[in-house]
Design a protein around this ligand. Structure first.
Ligand SMILES: NC(=O)c1ccc[n+]([C@@H]2O[C@H](COP(=O)([O-])OP(=O)(O)OC[C@H]3O[C@@H](n4cnc5c(N)ncnc54)[C@H](OP(=O)(O)O)[C@@H]3O)[C@@H](O)[C@H]2O)c1
Length: 248
């Protein structure tokens, strides 16, 4: 792993931050973006030689600038992980949280995914080697939700979008692995916001989730469940008839 350069979009906290720490432990150079400058500074202070930071709001659709700057700072980018996301319970269906979720998880994600794919399409053939484009979807992607409709729908979009890019990379014989990460519950502020603290089970610590994600990327897996047992929940969600699902 040492010698690889990783860009984590949305790496100031939670899963993204744990991924930054995991890759630093593996000897990589890491670029991290997010809105919270104080957290970016903290990461940089911890490892000034191997951390580059980019204050950016993904909803400003400015990922091209982030990726260009990261390429200049690091010389090349081997792996881009789109981790940023928001989600909250919105049982009274207020418009603002629904629309904010779409802006971050759909619009912002799309900007990042498009720019990242194009970056690899332009740079991989020139320099050889393999790239990885990774997005964080969710177990929420498999069904609709009455409590957080926008969040669940946005994650279905993320999964489908990544599948499209995976197909495109394959057809174009681009040496790019496109990886969809499907976490169940991971112990972050977000998990409590979307699922409500009481309903949580099989909650993975962030460092364990990060190690499993890094391993899945290294193996070039198209889809990876985090932790692995969430594959079972995904299977149940897919086959559950509507009349049962609607009662949950
Ligand atoms: N935790 C879980 O149980 C779980 C389960 C399934 C999927 N996920 C997914 O995992 C990803 C990471 O979430 P997390 O659980 O680690 O939560 P988190 O700790 O809240 O992390 C979210 C990250 O997204 C960034 N972000 C949010 N809005 C942004 C914006 N407008 N512009 C740029 N960055 C933004 C945040 O950075 P700033 O606030 O500094 O901008 C932060 O680094 C999300 O996509 C989430 O949907 C989480």
């Amino acid at each position: 792993m040492s010698g690889k350069n990783i860009l984590i979009i949305g790496g100031t906290s939670g899963i993204g931050r744990a991924l930054a720490e995991c890759y630093l432990t593996l000897g990589c150079v890491v670029g991290v973006s997010g809105r919270r400058q104080a957290l970016l500074d903290e990461l940089k202070r911890g490892n000034p030689q191997r951390v580059f930071t980019y204050a950016a709001d993904i909803t400003a659709l400015s990922c091209a600038d982030t990726i260009n700057r990261a390429h200049e700072d690091m010389g090349k980018i081997d792996i881009i992980i789109i981790c940023s996301g928001i989600g909250e319970i919105n049982s009274s269906l207020q418009p603002a949280p629904e629309l904010d979720t779409v802006k971050t998880n759909v619009l912002g994600f799309t900007d990042a995914a498009v720019v990242a794919y194009n970056y690899f399409e332009k740079n991989l053939p020139q320099r050889g080697g393999q790239g990885a484009l990774v997005g964080i979807s969710s177990i929420a992607s498999f069904r609709g939700s009455d409590l957080a409709p926008s969040y669940y729908a946005s994650k279905a979009y993320v999964s489908n979008y990544l599948e499209g890019l995976r197909k495109k990379a394959l057809k174009n014989k681009l040496n790019l692995k496109v990886c969809t990460i499907i976490p169940g519950f991971v112990d972050t502020a977000m998990a409590k916001g979307v699922g409500g603290k009481e309903g949580l089970f099989w909650v993975a610590p962030t460092d364990k989730a990060a190690r499993q994600i890094a391993r899945a990327i290294e193996k070039g897996k198209p889809v990876a469940y985090i932790t692995k047992r969430w594959r079972l929940i995904a299977w149940i969600l897919k086959i559950l008839p509507d009349f049962v699902y609607n009662k949950i």
